[in-house]
Design a protein around this ligand. Structure first.
Ligand code: 8ID
Ligand code: ZN
Length: 353
């Protein structure tokens, strides 16, 4: 059942989409499973903007090199290492997430904050990820995918979905509150609009262009603000919320401008949730933060329970990934389209194509 070769998208140095090459690697190493590991045959993987940050070397944390990126993988368990059968069986439909593994034994892991574990390993960053057909993965950190959810739909939930679902929780909102989602036409954002609506929130989307506007409104934004054609975004948001401003902004855009604007349209006691990750500094007025008693919080993916919940909600059909299906060999073009801001929703790759 293990093919002799593994088709991968790999890069040896940081840079642009031209650094990616598609190769066939020998699978011998992958068949030697350690205790607690399983072999996953990846079928579909989403392409997250974090994969582009990894390719470009944007963040002040080094990736492994050469790197096979990707951290939104959906596939089937095809082989079990010793001791892994207590978690999964051969044939199980499973998801691979940003957190490939954590120690599960430190203070942060005990509190379910595995993202803060000093030993946690990000997929497609510190260890090879899902832009390949076969991934060796710790059994205990895989997430089972509900039967009702097709694997191509499930893939983007495993990072984009779980991340924005958890970020909405971090805003501590009540039904009827206003939440603004900058980046509402992107991968995380378009799912955020739907999870927010599912939680009874009133949603304002910010993004640009007709496709992203249409998608944002169809998925449940009451108001859409185009950040390129609107001269004063904060005023537009204040007006839409009856003058007071929004209860929260959950920023899913990879640009600092979206953060600076958010601080100007939050209502008193409002919360800014930092999700999108440009490598930049946000200037914050200490005086205004005190005057308006704002909260500013970071949110990073979600824990294993958040992943289960995000998948279950998607399996009911109340959250639907809007995706374009492409092949692994299209990855360079997909990254270029992401750089150009042309992707509405998500791109999912069939790793065999
Ligand atoms: O755990 C985390 N915190 C986490 C997890 C996953 C992803 C963080 N991220 C980060 C990614 O690394 C990236 O920085 O979230 C950001 C968004 O990821 P994505 O959703 O995968 O990116 P996208 O599909 O390119 O969507 C971004 C959207 O933002 C819009 C773009 O038009 C695009 O639709 N946008 C931009 I660029 N500037 C904007 C602005 N000023 C804006 N939208 C509103 N206002
Ligand atoms: Zn991601």
């Amino acid at each position: 059942e293990l093919a002799p070769t593994n088709r991968v998208a790999i890069f040896h140095e940081h840079g642009g989409p031209d650094k990616i090459s598609i190769q066939q690697l020998d699978t011998t190493k992958q068949s030697e499973l350690n205790a607690g590991e399983v072999l996953v045959r990846v079928l579909y993987t989403g392409v997250c903007h974090s994969d582009l940050h990894a390719l470009q070397g944007d963040w002040p944390a080094p990736t492994k090199l050469p790197l096979i990126g990707g951290h939104e993988g959906a596939g089937i368990v095809v082989a079990l290492g010793p001791g892994s059968q207590e978690y999964v069986q051969v044939g199980d439909r499973v998801g691979i997430k940003w957190i490939a593994d954590a120690c599960l034994n430190c203070e942060w892991c005990r509190l379910t904050h595995e993202i803060n574990c000093a030993q946690y390993k990000p997929s497609g960053y510190a260890v090879d990820g899902t832009f390949q057909q076969y991934v060796r993965h710790t059994a205990r950190y895989l997430t089972k995918i509900p039967d009702a959810l097709p694997l191509d739909q499930a893939a983007p939930i495993l990072c984009a979905g779980v991340t924005i679902y958890r970020a909405l929780k971090e805003a501590h909102l009540q039904p009827g509150n206003w939440v603004v989602i900058p980046g509402s036409g992107g991968g995380l954002g378009h799912l955020g609009v739907q999870y927010a609506r599912n939680a009874g929130l009133r949603v304002i989307g910010i993004d640009t262009g007709d496709d992203k506007k249409k998608m944002s409104l169809e998925l449940g934004c009451e108001v859409f603000v185009d950040f390129k054609s609107t001269s004063d975004v904060p005023s537009a948001i204040k007006e839409a919320t009856g003058g007071a401003g929004a209860h929260a902004a959950v920023v899913a855009a990879a640009t600092s401008a979206a953060y600076e604007q958010a601080l100007d349209y939050l209502r008193p006691r409002g919360t800014l949730v930092i999700v999108g990750m440009p490598n930049s500094i946000l200037p914050v007025s200490i005086f205004k933060t005190v005057l308006f008693t704002h909260r500013i919080v970071g949110s990073a993916v979600g824990n294993r329970q958040d992943a289960v919940e995000a998948l279950e909600i998607a399996a009911t059909g109340r959250v639907k990934v809007q995706f374009t299906l492409k092949g692994l060999s299209d990855l360079p073009d997909v990254f270029q389209a992401m750089i150009d801001g042309k992707i509405a929703g998500r791109v999912v790759l069939d790793v065999d194509k």
